[in-house]
Write a protein that binds this ligand. Sequence first.
Ligand code: NDP
Length: 348
Amino acid sequence: MSPSRVLLTGANGFVGSHILSQLLNANFSVRAVVRSQSKADSVRGDFSSPSLDFAIVPDITAPGAFDEALKSTPPFDAVIHTASPFLYRAVSNNHEFLDPAIKGTTEILQGIQRVAATSVKRVVITSSFAAIGAFGLYDDANKVYTSADWAPTTLEAALTTTDLGLVYLTSKKFAEKAAWDFLATEKPAFDLVVLNPPMVYGPLRHTVSQIGQLNESNTRIYDLFVAPANTPETPMPPNGVPLYVDVRDLAHAHLRALQVPEASNTRFLLTAGQVSSQQIADIVRAEVPELESRTPKGTPGANGLPETAYTADSSPAQKVLGIAFRPMRETFSELASQLVGIEKAQGQ
Ligand code: NDP
């Protein structure tokens, strides 16, 4: 039977608010977990649905953090856990990335065991390509990643490095690993579905009134392709992680992950495919008239990626979850238009 009562963590985030939107549209009853009353108020401002209620969990690493949130009448059928630190500007040391990611994951799973073990049948966790890719730690030229791959990052390196990027990557690997380890050792009644998206881009579902409040991945798009500091002559920025997924397709995958029995105990690499800076720039310049005089021009029409750039196989997600990825034109034109709107509204 398909679940109807769902606990969603990270509900005020970029990805979380799209998942919340799609859950409510599909008639789920949702308890959104956020860190403060003011965050609950802003989610409520975006979603007036009577099928939405809230739990405040100020510290997801505290023992028993989710126990109260997980108590519900009617009880929860499923849990979606997206909360995890990704904003570099909000993190000042390695533990602030690692602890909420890893302990937050074990806390919610232990909480389910303690207070919702008889009702929760499935847990869906938002992991990342960070838990899969090499990110320069080995040569992945020409590689086609699959969900069988695991990142070579180590906790030892993440605890001592000054590279916060490496710490974020590691936080996602070990958070996901903690979930699979929990399943193996505790043998809970629920099963697990893990989604591993690379860069997630696309329009915002939640209210963001200042560019400075954007989430990490869309901040990248703003800084490199939209911000007034750019001109058509600005050198084309590096490609970064050249794989992406639209946030709406990722949110849809979370819903399907709740519903599809065959997804049980599977991790799904979820990408629409490769994207280069040149492709993003071409779309933004063609689709958003204000940006033609700003966005780096480069060599329009060129692919922009080295021939050896790695790619990834998302066919299991397409087959099992039934996900169809939308064209990249929609993702980047809608996002860039919205970013221009936010910029204008804040009076920049
Ligand atoms: P956002 O920053 O928009 O949302 C992150 C969510 O996690 C927010 O609800 C945030 O709450 C919560 N969170 C962050 N830090 C903590 C913490 N220390 N304790 C409790 N809650 C916390 O990011 P996204 O929506 O982009 O990310 C959502 C998920 O998707 C994350 O798990 C991320 O790793 C994953 N992901 C995102 C990608 C992307 O490109 N955007 C790529 C791959 C995976 P608060 O507002 O209170 O900080």
